[in-house]
Ligand binder design. Structure first.
Ligand code: ATP
Length: 247
């Protein structure tokens, strides 16, 4: 399958070439081709067990596919993620990719600012500089006054904003989110999604999110439907300036 029409001057940020992944007799991914572009928000939807998470994990280097390649275009370098060993993939994820999961996965013993600063500190940035940067992100996400709170002292929506700050702090090229609003009520979900979109696509970055929620998908610029390990639809939504799909 080809990608939807895109400005020909724009190069893809992430290219998946014939990704295949099987578990025993289960084909989780059956040869997926996909190109993602800067400034896109891409919702991946599909029935339970259709391969959404496997696709996202292969795109982000969490999982290695059995066959196929994933190519990431960074500002200063081109990387074939699938050719890297586990250590290099972990480094790549830390430095160039962001992750937001349904439950945030904050470390409960750390404060909001320590959680948000963690990726920079793991990459060797001194603590004071990392925490100062974390404070800027937390402020921009509406968390002034909450820098020293721990997970138990934050609401679900606030905790997800800390998770967004942590995902964004290293200025990743692509942010991956797995049901980022799945545990939130609809108003909080809407606000967190706005924060996620503002902090990614509004800055020319790419957001890829797995969701079961049509309202969440409707706010993304592109909707990819997966079934039985294959992409069965790939379309621009009304949130996109482009409308169509070419396959
Ligand atoms: N570690 C694993 N071992 C065995 N089978 C697996 C494993 N991970 C995924 N699968 C299988 O691969 C298929 C795709 O799984 P995946 O988690 O990607 O689906 P999904 O669309 O994300 O599902 P859900 O919406 O329920 O999270 C499913 O049939 C699943 O049972």
């Amino acid at each position: 399958m080809n990608s939807p029409d895109q400005n020909p001057a724009q190069h893809p940020v992430l290219i998946a070439d014939h990704l295949t992944k099987t578990y025993g007799s289960t084909t989780a991914l059956g040869g997926v081709n996909l190109s993602l572009y800067a400034g896109e928000s891409v919702a991946i939807m599909g029935p339970s067990g259709s391969g959404k998470t496997t696709l996202m994990h292969c795109l982000s280097g969490i999982l290695t596919p059995d066959a196929g390649r994933v190519h990431l275009s960074l500002p200063q370098q081109q990387v074939e993620i699938t050719s890297l060993n586990e250590e290099r993939r972990a480094q790549l994820r830390r430095e160039h990719l962001g992750f937001v999961f349904q439950e945030g996965l904050l470390l409960p013993e750390l404060t909001a600012q320590e959680n948000a600063a963690l990726p920079l500190m793991l990459s060797g940035v001194p603590r004071a500089a990392a925490e100062s940067h974390a404070q800027q992100w937390l402020s921009s996400l509406g968390l002034d006054g909450m820098f020293d709170r721990r997970l138990g002292e934050l609401s679900g929506g606030q905790a997800q904003r800390v998770a967004i700050a942590r995902a964004q702090i290293a200025d990743p090229t692509v942010v991956f989110a797995d049901e980022p609003t799945g545990a939130l009520d609809s108003m909080t979900s809407d606000a967190v999604l706005t924060a996620l979109l503002d902090s990614t696509v509004s800055r020319g970055r790419t957001l890829v999110l797995v969701t079961h929620d049509p309202q969440v998908a409707a706010r993304c610029s592109r909707l990819i439907r997966v079934r039985d390990g294959h992409i069965v639809a790939d379309e621009r939504t009304h949130c996109s300036s482009n409308q169509e799909v070419t396959r």
